[in-house]
Design a protein around this ligand. Structure first.
Ligand code: GLU
Length: 418
């Protein structure tokens, strides 16, 4: 693992890589590499003992040429200005590759949420919502969950915004509980697109998903749902890890039972008698047919990539491979389904949630899943067409070629203003 790769530099290098295949002016490419604006704020929050603590928080609005800024808010000690900028850029190209009418944004608070009580987290979240109020809105910027945030935080932000604005506007944020205007299928959506994209890749490579072996790094919302769904598709999940370590069973294990164990004990480690305990790195380098990195950025750097033995990687996390890792893996013929496509299910169902909120008309889970499948398969087909058209070794470059063209077209058609 590398601590040093700066995710914002990784994003810019991914953009440069794709620019070589596009007929877009250099000065427009430059625009595509930088956020339009970044809010940096210091939140003062009263803790349960009466003391006051300061938390740094950010919201980056990267690009709004194709629609309102869209992207999650993460709570993590590692959050930084550059990380949030990178994540907002990845959102811009994610919404473009799946062709939903949004731009890209991202937010984060520098905090370890496990160190605070629920009421402290509520005050922190509402304090951030107050700062975000002038920036957000269903036609301006629409936040969502990300690492360590979920329905609870989204409900608080919606409630704060609506109270201050004296309105009802559920579409100001997505990823809410059903009773607060959430969508069926939203919680599962990121894991679902990760496995739909993997299924399409196996089909494209003419290999069988039935009986394929799978390793999953990270057992949060994206990772565990991906494990459950790929198991249901007939693949065998043989290894998984979370922040406490990893487990391995060559015959496969039950992803749901592992999740139950994690809910009870805080970790998947030790859920089954006699199961082999392995490290996070072992999971990433395991000889499997499919690897799903579902934790944070920079999980695989150039050095570790030398040891990666999977044939296909489906990136449930944002930015799990450094540009150096990409270079190593493209030389070794590993098919990497890039994050901006593989994990786009989350924002795609966020889009469906926003549509339902605006129409005040709600869909069945089946309809959500069918519409999601259609958009991910279309995006995968566009990716493959571009790989073949330009004879590309790296699917990520193909994804950026498609996505950057769409963003640049919107900018040019709008008369390059502002
Ligand atoms: N945080 C998720 C992502 O990185 C979802 C964003 C959204 O739903 O707007 O794609």
């Amino acid at each position: 693992m590398t601590e040093s790769a700066n995710p914002f530099e990784s994003l810019q290098s991914q953009i440069d890589e794709a620019a070589a295949y596009l007929d877009i002016d250099d000065d427009v490419i430059e625009r595509l590499k930088h956020p339009e604006r970044v809010l940096e704020t210091n939140l003062s929050v009263e803790l349960d003992d009466g003391s006051l603590e300061r938390f740094k928080a950010f919201r980056s609005q990267f690009n709004g040429d194709r629609g309102p800024y869209k992207g999650g808010i993460r709570y993590h000690p590692q959050v930084s200005r550059d990380e949030v900028k990178a994540l907002s850029g990845w959102m811009t190209y994610k919404t473009a590759i799946v062709d939903i009418p949004f731009g890209g944004g991202k937010g984060g608070i520098v905090v370890d949420p496990t160190a605070y009580s629920e009421s402290e987290l509520e005050r922190l979240t509402r304090a951030f919502a107050v700062e975000l109020r002038p920036l957000v809105g269903e036609d301006r910027d629409i936040p969502a969950p990300d690492v360590n945030t979920g329905q609870r935080e989204m409900n608080w932000i919606k409630d704060t915004y609506e109270t201050l604005e004296n309105t009802t506007e559920p579409g100001v944020i997505t990823g809410k509980n059903l009773a607060s205007g959430g969508s069926e299928g939203r919680v599962e959506a990121t894991g679902r697109s990760t496995v739909i994209a993997a299924r399409e890749a196996f089909d494209y490579l003419d290999t069988d998903l039935e009986g394929a072996t799978v390793a999953v790094q990270g057992y949060g919302n994206a990772g565990w749902i991906a494990a459950k769904l790929i198991d249901e598709m007939g693949a065998t999940v043989v290894a998984a890890s979370d922040s406490s370590g990893g487990i391995y069973n060559p015959d496969g294990f039950d992803p749901v039972a592992a999740k139950d164990h994690k809910n009870e004990t805080g970790s998947i480690v030790g859920y089954e008698e006699g199961q082999e305990e392995i490290t996070n790195e072992d999971v990433l380098t395991m000889d499997v047919d499919l690897l799903i990195p579902a934790a944070l950025e920079n999980a695989i750097d150039g050095d570790l990539a030398e040891d990666v033995s999977a044939d296909v990687i489906s990136e449930a996390a944002n930015g799990p491979l450094t540009p150096e890792a990409d270079r190593v893996l493209e030389g070794e013929d590993v098919f990497v389904i890039p994050d901006i496509l593989a994990n786009a299910g989350g924002v795609t169902v966020s889009y469906f949630e926003w549509v339902q909120n605006r129409q005040r008309f709600y869909w069945s889970e089946q309809k959500v899943n069918d519409e999601l499948e259609g958009l991910i398969v279309d995006a995968f087909d566009a990716l493959v067409d571009t790989i073949e058209e330009h004879d590309l070794d790296n699917p990520r470059t193909a994804a950026y070629v498609v996505a950057m063209q769409r963003v640049a077209d919107a900018f040019e058609e709008g008369g390059r203003f502002p």
